[in-house]
Design a binder for this molecule. Sequence first.
Ligand code: ACO
Ligand code: LMR
Length: 582
Amino acid sequence: MAVGRQLFSHTTQALVYYYKQLPIQNMLDFDFLCGRETPSVAAIINPAGAGGFHNLFFGQHQILIPLYSSAATSSKLALTQATIRIVAIIADGIPESDLMELIDYAKSNNKIVIGPATIGAIKAGAFKIGDTGGTIDNIIQFKLYRPGSIGFVSNSGGMANELYHMIARVTDGIHEGITIGGDAFPICMISDHVLRFNNIYQVKMIVVVVEAVQSLVEVLTSGKINKPVCVLWINNVRLFKSGDQFNISQGDESSCGQLEALKDAGAIVSSSYETFEVSIKQTFNKLTEEGKIVPIIKEVTPPQIPEDLTTAMKSGKVRVPTRIVSTISDERGVDVQYAGVPLCVMLEKGMGIGDVISLLWFKRSLPHYCTKFMEICIILCADHGPCVSGAHNSIVTSRAGKDLVSCLVSGLLTIGPRFGGAVDDAARYFKDAYDRNLSPYEFVEGMKKKGIRVPGIGHRIKRGDNRDKRVELLQQFGYTNFPSTKYMDYAVKVETYTLSKANNLVMNIDGAIATLFLDLLAGSGLFSKQEIDEIVSIGYLNGLFVLARSIGLIGHTLDQKRLKQPLYRHPWEDVLYACHVK
Ligand code: ACO
Ligand code: LMR
C-alpha cells in the first residue's frame, strides 16, 4: 500500500462498472456539494449494453457520461491499466482464489484495492466512490462536503455512516473514510490505511472500527504510528443498549488478551458505542487544545442540490406546466377514449370511420348523415387510377425498391393546390364569395384579376360533357340528406359560368367536397359560426382527401411489390431535351 498517499483528490475521476443510476448520480451530487469543477465519473463500463451516453445531472446542468461496452472486464484487468490506481470492488462473494490473485497483483504493482464487499470510500470535499456517506442529506449532515481532521477506517459500511455521523457531531469531521469491506479476505487491511493516514499531514487522529485486531496491534507496536488511534473493537463491545444493531456477534473471554494487547499498543479502546463517542470527542478536544488541530472558524455552506423535478412534484413543492395538451384522446385508462367516448362504446354502437373522424377531428359525435358523407368522401377519393401524380410517385418509389411508408409518403407529397389539396382553399374562397354575396361572374373574374385559379374548378381530363361521376354522387347524397345545400347550389352556378368560358373548367372532387362540407357545418346546427370559420381557416378538409388517398397509394405500392416491376425509368421519347435552350 502506498504509505502516506492521499487516495483521492478533487480531480480524481472514476470508471464505474455497470450502470446504476442512483449511486452514480449520488457521486455527481457529492461532487457538486464539494464544488468540484469536473464530475468524478469519467465513464461507465456497461458490458451488457452498447456504447453511447447516459444523461445525468451535475448540479443543475445535465451532462453526458460516455458508456463503453468493454474496457476492463474484470477487477484484475482494471488493475493492469496504467491509469487506474485504485479499484473499489463493491461486489461480494468473489472466489478466494481470485481474491488471492488480486491481493498478490495489487501488492506487486503498487495498486490499491478497496473491498471486496465495500460500500466505497470518501475523501471529504473531494471525491467519493460508491454509496458511502449515504444520501445527500446524510452527506450534508455529516459535513462530508469539506475535509476535517479524522481518518476513518472500518470493515463495515453500515458502521461507516454511523461513525461519519458521530465524528461530525464531536469533531471537525472526516478527512477520509474507507471501508475495506466485509469479505473474509479484504485485499487491503485496516492496518494499511492506519499507517497511510498516519503519514497524511491533514489527518490528525485516526478512528478505527475493527473486527480482527491482530494486524492493527502489529502496526501500532511497529513504532510507525504517532497519531492518536481511537478503536472500537466490534467483537468485544455491546454496541447499543437495545442489543447490537449490526448483527455483529459479541466477543468472548478469549479476546481479553487481544484487548489488552490493543491497549498496550497505545490504542484508545472503547468498551461501548457510547463511550467510543466520548473518547473520540476527548481525543479531538485534546488535540485542539494542544494546537495540533485548528478549529474550523466558519463552517462552509454547501450549495443547494437542485431537487429532482419528479421528487419535488410528488412532494407538492413545485408545479410544472404540462408540455403537451391533448383535447382529443386519452389513453391512460383501460379503454382509450376518443373525445371522451370509450372504444368499447364505439364498437357497441356500431360506429364507423366517419364517427372516428367526428370525434378525433371535430371533438363531437355528428349525426349519421354527416359521418356517412365523410365515409363516402373517403370511398370516392381512395383512388383515381395509376396515372395521377400521387399514384405515379408511389409506383415509381416502389419500383425503386423503397419501403411501404416511403412509397406512401412519396405519393402523399404530390397532394397540393393542383392535385387533391385544393379542398381547403375551395372552402375558403367559395364561403367568402357566398358570404359576401358575390355573383359567380364577380367571383370568377375577381379571382382571375388576382391571378388565382378558382380552387375546386378544373380538371386534367374531366370536361363539361364528361363530368366527374364522383362529384355527381356527392351532390346526390347532399341533395338527399343535407338540411341545406346553399354552398353547393352556389358552386353549381359558378361552374355554369366557368364552363361558359372553357370546357375543362368543371367542378372537381375537391370543389364538391369543400362546398358540401360547408353545407354540413352550416346546416347541422352543431357548429357555431366561430367554429366554422376556425375549421375553414385552419384547414381540416384536405385531410379528408389525404386520409382517403392513402388507401389507394398503399394499394398501388403493394400492387407494384407484387408485380416486382423493374426500376422505373422515364422513356426518352417522353422527354423533350432542350438543353440548348438558355
Ligand atoms: N380557375 C380558372 N382558370 C382555370 C382553372 C381554374 N380553376 N383551371 C384552369 N384554368 C384555366 C387556366 O388558367 C388555363 O387558361 P389559360 O390558357 O388562359 O392560362 C386553362 O384553364 C388551362 O389550364 P391548365 O392548367 O392547362 O388546365 P389543367 O387541366 O392542366 O388544370 C387543374 C387542371 C390543375 C386542376 C386546374 O384546373 C387547377 O389548377 N384548378 C384549381 C385547383 C384545383 O381545383 N385543384 C384540384 C383538382 S381535383 C383533384 O386533383 C382531385
Ligand atoms: C384524383 O382524384 O386523383 C383526380 O381527380 C385527379 C386527376 O387528375 O384525376
